[in-house]
Every structure is written in structure tokens, then in C-alpha cells.
Design a protein around this ligand. Structure first.
Ligand code: ADP
Length: 452
């Protein structure tokens, strides 16, 4: 009997709660395993079960009155901490790389044994959540974006309250400002002057996140023309622009002032760059949503751009690249060319990690229209191939695209997939667990027409 474990199933844009194999029994772990097993207020760590959402963790910390502890939340706080971390989701505080700050897993293997990784393997250990490595090979990676186990507990580091925080927003006037901006961001980000995952968003997405339909702005054929984007952006706090930067500075006022001054000098090298004074931004503007998220306060506003089309649904194309202007330009061009070809609506945004950036291109479509669903899928498939031809790979993808994305990681005659399959067959000899997840199929499914 094929089984498919989920934590809360809110992996929106990447497949939600859906199993890859029709007829699988979905194990909804979050339904009953939803306890916060520990919050250590001295070590700044926690231990959670699959059903603990970012909201639940945040609220538990507030309820205990732990003002000195922050959590990190992704764009949408309603999902599972474990589910998001296993899928290598990110948030927007300095602790945004969730996988990097997890410490210790408890896992049920496909054959039924239960293992604890890291220090959890030592009975009575008191450092399971504070030293992720333990002794010997680190097995945690086997259980991330994989189908080798059911994770029932996970430890995670929590962030100390930095003693102050301040969101900032810059608007950049021209589409061509993207490349120089990315070049400026790279050294600032690597040296932690820009301390959190930086977001560079298109003006179009900033217009759409008001939650209003496209037809409010434009009723003509095809995509919204550039002049309409400029006109509508001009009505928003960002003003007439092509790109908007959202960031946050952490620490007491004098420390923030030191860093923000450097940022301002660097960003001002781009002609026409404008810092938007937060005091002028209305409280219902999306800026304050980003302000919450970057301060570890869960929020749900992000998906308002789904209202762009009737019955709006979304799916993401998420390639990774170096933080370089020429890569940003190549990826935006690739996406825009395919957008024109397939006539889909899309919103590109760059999320700049420490030494790489993810371009997240959200495609929004009317889920009740078969042609719109097909156009979204065809466009995604084309973009994945285009990206791979240029040397870019996705960091995460929708369940339906996992075979294709896995096939792009093909170096040395597919050596990585061969290794994945050997491990899969060894740990899951009956091939029951989440077959097809991340493009990894157990022996009894391989080459029988399941891959797509
Ligand atoms: P979230 O609710 O945070 O969005 P999901 O529950 O949708 O996360 O998890 C995303 C994906 O990660 C799932 O589709 C599943 O493949 C995998 N996954 C999630 N939780 C577990 C778990 N506890 N054990 C094993 N795999 C999991």
C-alpha cells in the first residue's frame, strides 16, 4: 500500500497535500501530532511535532512571555515548521535558512524502525537541540526533500530578540536597474550588512498584492503593458518604479543607523533610487506584512496576488543562481520570453540568500479553465529546460515537475539519481513511502511509465 506523509499539507505552489501516486494513503501527521514538546528559553531552541505551525510556535512563545525569543517564519505562517524545513523553505530573519538551523530529527523508517539523528542517538542526551551533528556520518540530509522516512520530531534553533528592528523599502525606477542593484546587494549580503533574505520584487507584483483583480487596472488583451504598470505603481507608496527592495535592519538604533547608512550610500549609486519613508506608508500596505515576516511574526497576506485572475491558483518556478547582475537579467529574460509565448500571468521576485539567490516566479492562473492550467504547466516545463540549458537548477518544485527537475541534475550519467535510487531501495525495500517524491522512484515503479 503506497503511503505519503505530510505534516500539514500546506506546501502551497509545490503540490500541497497531494501524493504523487494515485491511490496512496496520505498520512496526515499534523492532525494529531501537533505538540510543541519543548521551548528552551535559555538555549533558544525548540522541539516540535509535524502539526506545529509557525503561528502555533509564535503564539506559544508569546503566551509564555518569552520576549527575548523570536521565531523565523516563511511568507505564509500557516504551514508546518517541520514540513517547511524538510522541503527547505526559507524565512526572512537572519535565521531564515530553516534547514541550516534545525538540530535533530526523529524519524520512522519505511521498515518501521525509529531513529534519532545527531545527539538524539545518545540515550538521555541533553544537547539534541544544541549540537546538530552528534557522532559519525550526518544522516539528516536523507530526510530532506526525500522519501526515506517519516519525520515525527524536529529540533530547531530560535533567534534572540535583536533589541530593535526596522524595515526599509527602496524603489528603483528602471527595469535595467536590476543588474547593478544585484551587484550592489552581493557584497552587502555576504558581509551581513544586509542581514536577512533580501527581496527584490517586480512593480507588477507590488500592484497585484493589493489583492485587486487585473481587470481593475487593465482590460485589454494580453499582459498588462509597461505604461499601465508605471501608472499604477505611481499611485502606491513605492511610486513609479520597476523594482522594489524590501529589507530589515536588526539591533539597537545606533547599530541599525550604522548599517542603514552603508546601505543607503550603496543603493544611491543607482540613479533615481529612492528610499521610501515608512512613516508615509499606510498601515494596510503590504510593506507592513513584510515588516511582520522579517520580525518573525507570522502573516498570511502574501497570496493576495492570487486575486489577479478569477479562481486564482498559483505554481512557482524557482531557479537558483549566483548573486550576479548578469544571472538576474538572464533569468528574468528567460521567464518574460516564455510568458509572452504562453500568455500566462507571472510575478518574478528575487530572494537573495547569503551567496546565492532564488528567483521565485509565481504563475497565477484560473484553475477552472483547462487551457489556463495547461499553459501554466507548459510554460513551467519550458522554463525548467531553458534554465537547465543555461546551468540553473530549481531548489524546489511542484510534485508534478519533480521528475523533470531531478533529470536536470544529471552530471556524470545521472550519478546522483543512481545513488538516490540505491539508497531508496536499501531503506525502503517494499517501495511504499512517497514514491516519486523528488523524482526518486522505488524499484517496483521504475521504468513502468510513472515518470513524467
Ligand atoms: P507545510 O504544511 O509546511 O507546507 P507539508 O506538510 O505540505 O508542509 O510538507 C511538504 C512536503 O514535505 C510534503 O509533501 C512531504 O513530501 C514532505 N513532508 C512533510 N512533512 C513530512 C514528515 N513529517 N515526514 C516526511 N516527509 C514530510
Amino acid at each position: 500500500m503506497p503511503i505519503f506523509p505530510i505534516s500539514m499539507g500546506r506546501n502551497l505552489g509545490y503540490g500541497g497535500a497531494a501524493p504523487r501516486v494515485r491511490g496512496s494513503v496520505v498520512i496526515d501527521l499534523g492532525k494529531r501530532m501537533s505538540q510543541i514538546l519543548d521551548i528552551d528559553a535559555d538555549d533558544y531552541t525548540c522541539l516540535v511535532e509535524p502539526g506545529v505551525s509557525f503561528y502555533a510556535l509564535y503564539e506559544a512563545i508569546q503566551a509564555k512571555g518569552y520576549d527575548h525569543i523570536w521565531i523565523d517564519t516563511p511568507d505564509l505562517g500557516g504551514g508546518s515548521v517541520i514540513g517547511n524545513t524538510l522541503d527547505r523553505g526559507v524565512g526572512y530573519t537572519p535565521y531564515g535558512d530553516h534547514w541550516a538551523v534545525h538540530s535533530g530529527l526523529e524519524v520512522v523508517l519505511p521498515t518501521g524502525e525509529i531513529v534519532r539523528t545527531g545527539m538524539g542517538a545518545l540515550p538521555g542526551s541533553n544537547t539534541w537541540q544544541s549540537f546538530p551533528y552528534g557522532f559519525g556520518p550526518i544522516q539528516d540530509g536523507l530526510f530532506s526533500q526525500s522519501n526515506l522516512g517519516i519525520v515525527t520530531k524536529m529540533g530547531m534553533a530560535l533567534m534572540p530578540n535583536p533589541g530593535g528592528h526596522e524595515s526599509f523599502m527602496y524603489a528603483f525606477a528602471h527595469p535595467a536597474d536590476l543588474a547593478p542593484l544585484i551587484e550592489i546587494i552581493r557584497p552587502l549580503r555576504i558581509s551581513n550588512i544586509l542581514e536577512n533574505v533580501a527581496q527584490v520584487r517586480s512593480a507588477e507584483q507590488t500592484i497585484a498584492v493589493q489583492g485587486r483583480p487585473k481587470t481593475d487596472f487593465y482590460t485589454g488583451p494580453g499582459m498588462m503593458p509597461d505604461e499601465v504598470i508605471e501608472r499604477e505603481a505611481a499611485k502606491l507608496p513605492c511610486g513609479k518604479c520597476a523594482w522594489v527592495y524590501y529589507g530589515m535592519s536588526y539591533g539597537p538604533a545606533h547599530i541599525r543607523a550604522y548599517k542603514l547608512d552603508i546601505v543607503h550610500k550603496e543603493f544611491s549609486k543607482i540613479p533615481g533610487a529612492r528610499k521610501i519613508d515608512p512613516a508615509t506608508i499606510p498601515k494596510d500596505n503590504y510593506f507592513w506584512s513584510r515588516d511582520n515576516i522579517a520580525a518573525g511574526v507570522p502573516d498570511l497576506e502574501e497570496l493576495l496576488w492570487c486575486n489577479w485572475t478569477p479562481n486564482g491558483s498559483h505554481v512557482a518556478f524557482s531557479p537558483v543562481s549566483p548573486i550576479r547582475g548578469r544571472d538576474a537579467e538572464a533569468l528574468v529574460k528567460l521567464a518574460r520570453d516564455r510568458r509572452v509565448e504562453y500568455g500566462v500571468e507571472m510575478f518574478p521576485a528575487f530572494c537573495v540568500g547569503l551567496r546565492e539567490m532564488h528567483l521565485i516566479v509565481e504563475i497565477v492562473f484560473d484553475k477552472t479553465v483547462p487551457e489556463a492550467r495547461k499553459a501554466a504547466m507548459d510554460c513551467l516545463r519550458a522554463m525548467i529546460d531553458d534554465a537547465a540549458a543555461l546551468g540553473y537548477g530549481e531548489y524546489r518544485t511542484h510534485l508534478a515537475l519533480m521528475d523533470q527537475v531531478a533529470s536536470t541534475y544529471s552530471w556524470n550519467d545521472g550519478a546522483l539519481m543512481k545513488l538516490n535510487e540505491r539508497i531508496k531501495d536499501a531503506l525502503d525495500p517494499n517501495g511504499i513511502l512517497a514514491a516519486g517524491k523528488s523524482g526518486i522512484w522505488p524499484k517496483r515503479y521504475r521504468g513502468r511509465g510513472w515518470e513524467m
